[in-house]
Structure formats: C-alpha cells, structure tokens
Design a protein. Structure first.
Length: 508
C-alpha cells in the first residue's frame, strides 16, 4: 500500500484504534504492532487494560509466561491507566504487589482483582491499592483486605464490590464509611465481616449476600437517595423496612419479619422474594404497604401456603410454588404463574372424587374449585400471560382456565406444560358450555412448550383457536421424541374450527 487512501487501517483516528484494541484479548493486542508503523506503539498507551491468565493457558509454563507478559507490558506502557482488571490464579503476592504499585501511580479509576485459589492462602492487598485516590470503581474477589493505618478513605469511589474476602468487622465498617461518594455497595460473603454500618450513606444500590448476620444502622441520618437493596442468607434488618427511600428490594435466602409498626414502603417499585421465609400475615401486610409497587416476584417462599395479593398499582407479577392464590390487581399488565402440583397439595380430596365419579355434573365440581383458587374478577389490562401448567392435574388446569377466561386485552399467551396424563376429565370440552361467549379479541400470539399431544392439550388449543379472531401465530414445541404423535395432532388442529383466517400453526 502506497497511499493514505488505500491504507485505511493505518490512518484510523487514535480513538478508533484504541476501541479496536479494547475488544481484543490482551495477548493479541501487542501483535497489532506488525500491522504498520502507525500501529506499532498504539497498545503502549492503552488506557483500559484487562489481563486474564486464561488467554495464556495453551502456552507451556503459562504461569510464568503470563507474569512475564504483564511485567513487560506495564514496563513499556506510556501514559495513564483508566481501567486495570486482573483475573488469575494467585501464587506470589510480590508479583501482584508490583503491578498494583505501577497502576496506583497512573491514576487508575477502575480496578478489579479476581484471584482464584485456596481460601486459606488469599492474596493480602498491598497498601498501595488504598492510595489510588482517583478510584471510582473497585472490585476485589478472593482477597484478604487489611487497611493501612494511614488510610483516609477513597473519596471518589462510587462502586465497591467485595466477593469472598477476608476482612475484619472494624475494617469493613471503616472502609465503607470513609467512601463518602459511594453509590453502589455489593458484599457477597465475608470470612469475618458480619456487621455493616451504612449510616449516613448516599448508597443507591446495596447488595448483601451470604452473611451470617447483618446489622444496618440508618436511623439517625436517614438515607436521602433512592435505594436498591438485595439481601441474602440473613435476617433482613427491620430498621430498613422503616426507610421511605427504598425503590427496589430483593431478598434471597433470608428471613423477612415485618415489624408491628410497619408503615409501608411508599417508594418501593419492585419487590423480589426468592427462597425467603416469612409468615402469611407478613407477606400480605408487606404487599398492602407498598402502595407504589409496580413489579412483584415470589419464588419458593417458605411459610405461607396461600398468597393474597391486593394491589391497585401492580403491573408485573411473577410467582411460583404457592398452593392457593387470591389475586386482585386490576392494572396487571404482565403476569407469569408457575402453578404446579396442586393435586399433591389439595386439602379437599372430595373435589377430586367429584371429577372421578361419572354421575356427578362436571360444572358443579368446577364451581367448587373457586373456593381453592380465587382470581380477580377482571384483568382488563393484562397483555402478556405466561403459565406453567400440569395438564392432567385438575387444579393446575383449572387455574389456567380461570386466567384465560378473564382477560380482555391479552395479546400474548405462553404455556409451559409438564407431566401430562389423561386419566382425569377434560375440562376444556365443558368450558364452552360454561360460557360460550368468551372471545380473545386481541390475542395475537400463542406459544405452547412441552407438548405431548394428549387429549386435554389438544382440547385446550382447539378452545383457543375457536375463540381468537385476530390470532396471527400459534407455535407448538413438542417434547423430544414426540414428533410423530405431534404430527397427528397437527393434522387434527388444522381440521379444527379456527376463528382467525390468518392464524399460522407451526411445530418447532
């Protein structure tokens, strides 16, 4: 190439060259020197450096090769370092200390150390790490943290993430309290750190997981910014439930106790409970006290068998593993329900006997089911509905019936079927008799996963096809190995009554 016009890659702006290098493994970055003379030393002034020893795993003696590469790279580097990420198997402290000392002198703003190795032989952080006063983001994983005596804080730090670290309670409290601009704090297990004090912090996002106990003080100086709170493996501090500034709260693997003087969380918009223990009354009071709640997710909540939701603000709902559900949410827009194994948990076995006894009217038994699952009277705003259904389990199918007969605005319906069987009556054959005027006049898309081709499943799909005038697409995903049976079912569906002339039925 002899002209600037033909050698485009050599004359790219420096900023573009740097963006290209940032997307390459660091080992390949140096090799760009051979592209042309104008690329020879571009890598030497890169501001964002990511070193991962996995890039060297194919080399012989890769541990030494990696260490020598980082040494040489930092020695030849010219300029400031904005980001320094190091992922490697920990062996020698002196090596990492040397690298941290170099980057501490280059005004690093984003520092991440992810060091694999045994917990009884962690890397002990070098004092130079805590002299990086330009740091905005710090992440330490599998390290032993000891603050130097002259440590005065990291005044510009906004994000602090500590995963699997060994740190004393006093050092943890002082580290957090001295970072006056901290906006995001994430603590995932600490060998010794059990107590955290965030009094007076402007923390917008707080994640605490896998601690044996937590004590959070936020009373004397209330948090004056919106907070995102995630807590795991602990009892949620009751004083935080008095904060009126929590906007997003997620509780995982913990215990939640609602205090008697609970006044509600007026700003809470999203609530996620996963593997949480709490009483039925506490769950109901918590939801009632969140007047601005927009999204609620609950999975494997220990304590209540019955879920009662009364919310005039809720728009997005995802729940799993509750036996009984009472739902009043008139503004609900998106809903996902995992309603499984009702048969095993049903307290009233007489309902099942009613279905098995041939001489009893099915519709009468269906009315009895309303005492076990009580949905709201209307879902006028429900657009997207997703349900996990056990076809052949009476109550699971009836839950599906309750939800599909109510919505007026539903556009997308997704069904995941499991454990089908055919020894119970087919309620879908009677559904039209119960209310022949049900029409899904806005339903556009149906997806059915886990299709076995049973009579109940086929009747359900036929029921939907016959009541959906604007349906565009019905996608059926059969269980592996059931393609032949699904093909026969496909032919039956094509022959069934279809209200929409544009409905396309596909098996994938």
């Amino acid at each position: 190439m002899t002209s600037e016009g033909s050698d485009i890659i050599s004359y790219l702006p420096y900023e573009i060259k740097e963006l290209i290098l940032e997307r390459l493994p660091i080992k390949d970055v140096v090799r760009t020197s051979v592209l042309s003379s104008k690329w020879r030393y571009v890598w030497a002034s890169m501001r964002k450096l990511v070193f991962d020893d996995k890039d060297f795993i194919t080399d012989e003696d890769f541990d030494n090769m990696f260490a020598e590469f980082v040494d040489r790279f930092l020695l030849l580097h010219d300029g400031l370092i904005q980001k320094f990420h190091l992922m490697m198997e920990f062996e020698l402290s002196e090596t990492i200390d040397r690298w941290i000392l170099v980057v501490s002198r280059k005004k690093v703003q984003n520092l991440k150390l992810v060091l694999s190795g045994p917990l009884d032989d962690m890397y002990k952080t070098h004092s130079s790490l805590f002299s990086c006063h330009e740091l905005r983001h710090l992440c330490l994983e599998n390290c032993s943290v000891i603050l130097p005596r002259n440590f005065k804080g990291l005044g510009k730090l906004k994000t602090l993430k500590l995963h699997d670290i060994d740190i004393s309670d006093d050092d943890l409290i002082y580290l957090v309290s001295s970072c006056t601009q901290l906006q995001q704090l994430e603590l995932i297990w600490s060998e010794n750190g059990n107590i955290l004090d965030i009094e007076g912090k402007e923390g917008q996002k707080l994640t605490i997981s896998e601690f044996s106990s937590i004590s959070i003080s936020a009373n004397s100086n209330p948090i004056d910014e919106d907070m995102n709170l995630t807590i795991g493996s602990a009892c949620v501090p009751t004083n935080l439930l008095a904060s009126q500034f929590i906007v997003h709260m997620k509780v995982c693997d913990g215990v939640l106790i609602i205090p008697q003087n609970f006044q509600g969380l007026d700003k809470l918009e999203t609530l996620d409970l996963n593997n949480v223990m709490l009483s039925p009354d506490d769950l109901e009071n918590l939801i009632l006290g969140c007047t601005q709640l927009n999204e609620f997710s609950a999975s494997t909540v220990y304590g209540p068998d019955e879920l009662k939701i009364h919310s005039n603000s809720l728009r997005c709902l995802k729940i799993e593993n509750f036996k009984h559900i009472h739902l009043v949410a008139p503004l609900l827009h998106d809903a996902s329900f995992n309603l499984l194994c009702f048969e095993d948990n049903c307290k009233d076995d007489t309902i099942y006997r009613k279905f098995i006894e041939r001489n009893l009217e099915l519709l009468e038994a269906m009315e009895d089911l309303y005492t076990i699952l009580t949905p709201t009277s209307t879902f006028d705003h429900l657009v997207n509905l997703s349900l996990t259904v056990k076809f052949g389990d009476l109550l699971s199918e009836f839950a599906l019936f309750c939800f599909v007969e109510k919505p007026k605005a539903i556009q997308s319906l997704k069904i995941k079927a499991i454990s089908s069987r055919e020894d119970l009556p087919n309620i879908w054959r009677f559904a039209i008799l119960r209310d022949s005027e049900i029409i899904f006049d806005q339903l556009l898309m149906v997806r059915f996963d886990g299709f076995l081709g049973t009579a109940n499943e086929l009747s359900f799909l036929t029921y939907i096809l016959a009541a959906s005038p604007v349906l565009k697409k019905m996608t059926i995903v059969p269980v592996e190995g059931q393609l032949q049976k699904s093909t026969r079912t496909y032919r039956k569906l094509l022959k069934s009554k279809t209200l929409s002339s544009e409905a396309a039925i596909t098996f994938v």
